[in-house]
Design a protein around this ligand. Structure first.
Ligand code: PFF
Length: 458
């Protein structure tokens, strides 16, 4: 029965390790690179408010659903969904949720690794003192030179993909746990240093007002969809990464508490990144709506003026790479676990095959910033990096919310009350009733409404 099931891939050594690993998955480029740039493109405060509402109303309940499904199934998302559907006497079709997640994982890692490659490139620029005395203009041209050079991007992307594949190949204990233990707290500290610097720019207040003062006229239907997509993306929800990590969670750990802690830490990191970046943007006359290059064009200015800037800058980009690394791992893990379970492959072989596919797809993103670039309109904004922007919209705004919706519906309607009571382990108390109510009514309605709103139906 479900109670005795164990994962063939291993188990986290403690609840804390799960929190670290899941936070490692959640905190990544989504918080430090993506959150500031899409907030900047979508007018600031009102976008942030919608994003925070999505984290609380949709994100946390879906995270609980995803972890509970994962821990009950204790396999890769595809096999977990199949097993639980069978156990709950439901149609085997539910495994489509796992398949959709694997596809989303490949698409996301393909661009994620390219952007992580930018961060890698910036480690070396930082260390060699290239940021000293940099201005808004020179930071801009440094960035555009990098992204216009496909060979260079390919080299960094390859290095990041190899790093990620190696950790996944080593498995839960020796690979994943080690990477997150010390490095996440360091990243957090460095963000605080940057916020400290932002306070000295003279534009701190303006930055805070931009982030936290909602101008509701700036919000559009497309903006709401982006904010919801960002909530899924930043929490790693809807594609099975968190389900996979939940499958390694010891039975005694509380799913509700851990989910709230993970979402809270993730949100804190995103807000700190925003508080560090926007004051620099305003103090240097830069554009908040700059797009994907935003942090690469703002942070070098800050580091270039700071005492000890070379050291801090180098450390910062190293830690950004690490944050991306611990997220990249979780993007590959579900597909690798499936290959191990169903094909009987060694992890090393599975990780290599998955890594090579993700790597090859990365070429689409690399070329989107030079040879294959084209523009299109989305949600009232001009997107100028064609296929990269499309991949981003398809995964974050469509596939992840749909996947998360399906998981909430499965846990809320298709699993028996006994199963979910047992797995959440909080008895039939108010907190359980609240989760079930939100998973059954609030989350699905919210996701569907946002979709309908975005396509102009409501
Ligand atoms: N949550 C990661 C970030 O914010 O950078 C990105 C991510 C990782 C998304 C894993 C989805 C996922 F399954």
């Amino acid at each position: 029965m479900a109670e005795q099931r164990t994962s063939i891939h291993g188990q986290w050594s403690s609840r804390l390790m799960f929190i670290m690993a899941a936070t490692g998955s959640a905190v990544g480029l989504g918080n430090i690179w993506k959150f500031p740039y899409i907030t900047g493109e979508n007018g600031g405060g009102a976008f942030v408010l919608v994003y925070l509402a999505c984290i609380a109303l949709v994100g946390i309940p879906i995270m609980m659903s995803e972890v509970l499904i994962g821990r009950r199934g204790r396999q890769s998302p595809i096999n977990t969904m199949r097993t639980l559907a069978y156990e709950e006497s439901r149609h085997g079709f539910w495994q489509i949720v796992g398949w959709g997640g694997v596809v989303a994982g490949f698409l996301i890692i393909s661009y994620y690794s390219v952007i992580a490659g930018w961060a890698l490139a910036y480690v070396f620029r930082a260390a060699s003192g290239m940021f000293i005395g940099v201005t808004g203009d020179s930071a801009g041209s440094m960035f555009s030179h990098l992204v216009a050079d496909p060979e260079r991007l390919l080299a960094w992307h390859t290095i990041f993909m190899v790093m990620t594949t190696v950790v996944v190949a080593r498995g839960v204990h020796s690979g994943l746990e080690k990477a997150v233990q010390y490095l996440m707290p360091m990243l957090f500290l460095l963000l605080l240093v940057l916020v400290g610097y932002a306070m000295t720019t003279g534009s701190f207040e303006q930055g805070l007002r931009f982030l936290f003062e909602p101008d509701f006229s700036a919000i559009t239907a497309g903006g709401v969809l982006l904010a919801m997509g960002q909530a899924f993306f930043t929490l790693s929800l809807g594609m099975g990464a968190i389900m996979m990590y939940g499958s390694y969670l010891p039975k005694e750990a509380s799913i509700a508490k851990t989910s709230i802690i993970i979402a809270g830490l993730d949100t804190l990191v995103a807000l700190l990144a925003g508080m560090a970046i926007f004051p620099i943007v305003f103090a240097n006359g830069l554009e908040a709506g700059e797009g994907p290059g935003l942090i690469f064009q703002t942070l070098p200015i800050a580091f270039g003026q700071m005492k000890g800037g070379v050291l801090f800058a180098t450390l910062f980009f190293v830690l950004l790479v690490v944050a991306a690394w611990t997220s990249g791992i979780s993007l590959l893990e579900p597909a690798v676990a499936w290959l191990v379970e169903n094909r009987g492959w060694q992890r090393v072989r599975g990780a290599t095959v998955v890594g090579v596919v993700g790597w090859a797809l990365g070429i689409i993103t690399i070329m989107s910033f030079s040879g294959w670039a084209f523009s299109f309109e989305f949600a009232g904004k001009t997107k100028s990096n064609g296929l990269f922007d499309m991949l981003d919209i398809l995964t974050a705004s469509i596939m992840l919310p749909l996947g998360g919706l399906a998981m909430a519906v499965f846990a809320g309607y298709f699993m028996s009350r006994e199963s979910t009571v047992d797995e959440l382990g909080m008895g039939d108390r108010f907190s359980y009733k609240l989760w079930r109510f939100v998973a059954r009514y609030i989350t699905p309605v919210a996701v569907i409404l946002v979709f309908l709103h975005a396509i102009g139906v409501v």
